[in-house]
Design a protein around this ligand. Structure first.
Ligand code: FAD
Length: 473
C-alpha cells in the first residue's frame, strides 16, 4: 500500500500542522497510509537533562498519549538521525515520501539538509513546509530583495502581507490513515516514559493547555496588554512562548484567534501582534547571520574584549548581584524556567553593561533554563541588550537597574515574591536596600552584606566603563 511518513519535531500538535495537513491531502487522494513519528536522539536522554529539554519531552509524552487516546498511531524511534532514517527506509521500502516542517536556522537546518540528502539518495521524495513562523525569513524582504536589519520597516512590510489561515485536520480521518507499523520497534517509549514520569506533574503543557491559555489571555488580558505587559508583578502577558516553542500551538492559530476578537480599544491587540512579528524578525536575522550564536551581527563589535569573570557570572546566575530587580528576575528564571520580558532585558543589560561579561555566557545560561528557549529570539534578545545586533539598543543607552525597578515594580511586589530576604523592607528602600541605616535594616529583618548582598558593582562607574569599551572600538 502507498505510504508516506510525517516527521514530527518541534510541532507537537494535531491541528493546524502544515506538513501533516499536506500529507493527509496526499493520503486521501492516493488512498495511502501514513506513518507518524518522532526521532529521539539518545544523547538527550542523559541524567543531566536541563529544564528546556525536560519541558519538551514532557510535552512529547503528553502528545503521544493524546494520539493514543484518539487511535492515531504514533511512533517514537530512538537513534542517531542518519541511522533512524536509513533503517526506516530499509525496513519499510513502501515509504514513498516524507513530509516535515522545515527549520530555517541553526542545528535544525543542518540536520534537515543531511536528512533530505539521505532520503533523496534512497530515491524517495521529500516535501518540507514553512510552519513555525507567520512569515518565514524569505517572505519579508526589501524591494531590492535584501533582508531587513531594522525592526520598524520590517514590521511595516510584515503587517501588509496576507497571513495563512489555520488548517483544520479531521482527526477521525487521520486515525484511519495513521497506522501502526509493527516492524518498527518502539524502543524509545520506555526511556521517554521514565524521563516524563520523573517530572513534577505540570499543567502548562500540550495542545489543550495552549488553546486554553490563548483563550483566557484574549478574554482577560488582551485589551490591556499594552499597559500591563511591562509590569512583572502583574499577569499581563500571554505566557504562550512555551507552547510556540514546542509547537503545541501554531503562530497562525494565535494570530487569527487574536485578530477576530472584538475589542473597544485596539492598542492591546496591535501591541501583541507586533510581538509576534518580533519572533519572525529574529528568525529572519538569524537566517541572515547564521553565525550569530557565536558572533556579533554588527561586525564593528567583533573585537570587544568581554570579561569572563566566573565569580560575577555565578552571582548573576544565582540572583545575588545585590540589585534586587536583577536578582528577582534571575530567581524567577531558576525557579520557573520562564522570565518576564522586562526582566530578560534588565538582567541581560546588567550582565553585559554592569558586569561587562560576554553576552554569549548569558545566552548560554538562558538556553539551559528557559522552557521557551528559541535560539533566534534568545540570540536576538541578547545581541539587542548587549548593543551588538542589527537592531540593538544604542550602546550609550544603558539600563539603570534602580530606575527600571522603580518604574516597573514600583511597590517592590515582584521583588518581595522572589527575594524573600527583602520581604519586610520598606517600599522606600526595596530598590536600593543598601541605603537603609542600621536601625532600618534591623526593622526590615535584613542585614545588608549578611542576609542580602551589598551591590557587587557600582552602576554609574560600570556604565562609564561600558561606554568607554564601545567607544574604544
Ligand atoms: P507575550 O508578551 O505574551 O508575547 C507574545 C509572543 O510574542 C511570545 O510568546 C513570543 O513568541 C513573541 N515575543 C514577544 N516578545 C518577543 C521578543 N522580544 N522577541 C521575540 N519574540 C517575542 N522569547 C522566546 O520565545 N524564547 C527565548 O529564548 C527568548 N529569549 C529572550 C532573551 C532576551 C535577552 C530577551 C530580551 C528576550 C527574549 N525572548 C525570548 C523574548 C520575550 O522575552 C519572550 O518571548 C516573552 O517574555 C515570552 O512571554 P509571553 O509568551 O508571555 O510573551
Amino acid at each position: 500500500m502507498k505510504t508516506a511518513a510525517v516527521w514530527f519535531r518541534r510541532d507537537l500538535r494535531l491541528q493546524d500542522h502544515t506538513a501533516l495537513s499536506n500529507a493527509m491531502k496526499w493520503a486521501e487522494k492516493n488512498d495511502a497510509r501514513l506513518l507518524l513519528f518522532f526521532q529521539m536522539n539518545p544523547h538527550f536522554l542523559s541524567d543531566s537533562i536541563d529544564k528546556r529539554h525536560q519541558y519538551f519531552f514532557q510535552t512529547l509524552y503528553l502528545f503521544m498519549k493524546e494520539c493514543e487516546s484518539k487511535n492515531i498511531a504514533f511512533h517514537l524511534l530512538s537513534g542517531e538521525t542518519d541511522k533512524v532514517f536509513t533503517s526506516l527506509i530499509d525496513n519499510l521500502p513502501e515509504i514513498e515520501m516524507f513530509f516535515f516542517n522545515e527549520d530555517e536556522t541553526g542545528y535544525g537546518k543542518k540536520r534537515d539538509e543531511v536528512v533530505m540528502k539521505l532520503i533523496q539518495d534512497k530515491n524517495r521524495k521529500v516535501y518540507t513546509f514553512q510552519d513555525h513562523f507567520l512569515h518565514g525569513a524569505q517572505e519579508v524582504k526589501k524591494q531590492n530583495g535584501e533582508f531587513y536589519k531594522v525592526f520598524t520597516p520590517y514590521y511595516r512590510a510584515w503587517r501588509q502581507l496576507d497571513k495563512s489561515r489555520p488548517l483544520q485536520i479531521n482527526l477521525k480521518a487521520l486515525a484511519e490513515r495513521a497506522r501502526r507499523f509493527e516492524k518498527l520497534t518502539a524502543d524509545g517509549n520506555r526511556e521517554l516514559e521514565v524521563i516524563a514520569g520523573d517530572f513534577e506533574k505540570r499543567e502548562d503543557i500540550g495542545e489543550a493547555d495552549a488553546l486554553k491559555t490563548l483563550k483566557s489571555f484574549t478574554s482577560e488580558r488582551l485589551e490591556d496588554y499594552h499597559k500591563k505587559r511591562d509590569l512583572p508583578a502583574v499577569n499581563g502577558t500571554s505566557k504562550l512562548s512555551r507552547h510556540l516553542k514546542t509547537g503545541a500551538i501554531s503562530p497562525r492559530t494565535v494570530y487569527h484567534y487574536v485578530s477576530q476578537i472584538e475589542v473597544v480599544q485596539d492598542s492591546g491587540k496591535e501591541t501583541f501582534v507586533k510581538e509576534l512579528a518580533w519572533r519572525d524578525f529574529y528568525n529572519m536575522v538569524y537566517v541572515q547571520f547564521p553565525n550569530s550564536a557565536v558572533e556579533e551581527a554588527d561586525e564593528r563589535y567583533h573585537k570587544i574584549n568581554w570579561s569572563r569573570n566566573n565569580e560575577r557570572l555565578k552571582a548573576w546566575c544565582d540572583g545575588k548581584t545585590g540589585y534586587p530587580i536583577v536578582d528577582a528576575g534571575m530567581r524567577q528564571l531558576n525557579a520557573e524556567g520562564w522570565m518576564h520580558n522586562r526582566l530578560r532585558m534588565i538582567t541581560a543589560s546588567f550582565l553585559t553593561k554592569d558586569y561587562l561579561l560576554d553576552w554569549r555566557l548569558g545566552e548560554e545560561y538562558f538556553a539551559k533554563k528557559l522552557v521557551d528557549y528559541e535560539p533566534a529570539s534568545n540570540i536576538g534578545g541578547w545581541q539587542w541588550a548587549a548593543s551588538v545586533g542589527t537592531d540593538a539598543v544604542p550602546y550609550f543607552r544603558v539600563f539603570n537597574p534602580v530606575t527600571q525597578s522603580k518604574r516597573f515594580d514600583p511597590d517592590g511586589e515582584f521583588i518581595r515574591k522572589y527575594v524573600p530576604e527583602l520581604k519586610d523592607v520598606d517600599a522606600r528602600f526595596i530598590h536600593e536596600p543598601w541605603k537603609m541605616n542600621n536601625d532600618q535594616q534591623k526593622q526590615a529583618n535584613c542585614r545588608v552584606g549578611e542576609d542580602y548582598p551589598e551591590p557587587t558593582v557600582e552602576h554609574s562607574e560600570q556604565r562609564k566603563k561600558a561606554i568607554e569599551m564601545f567607544k574604544g572600538l
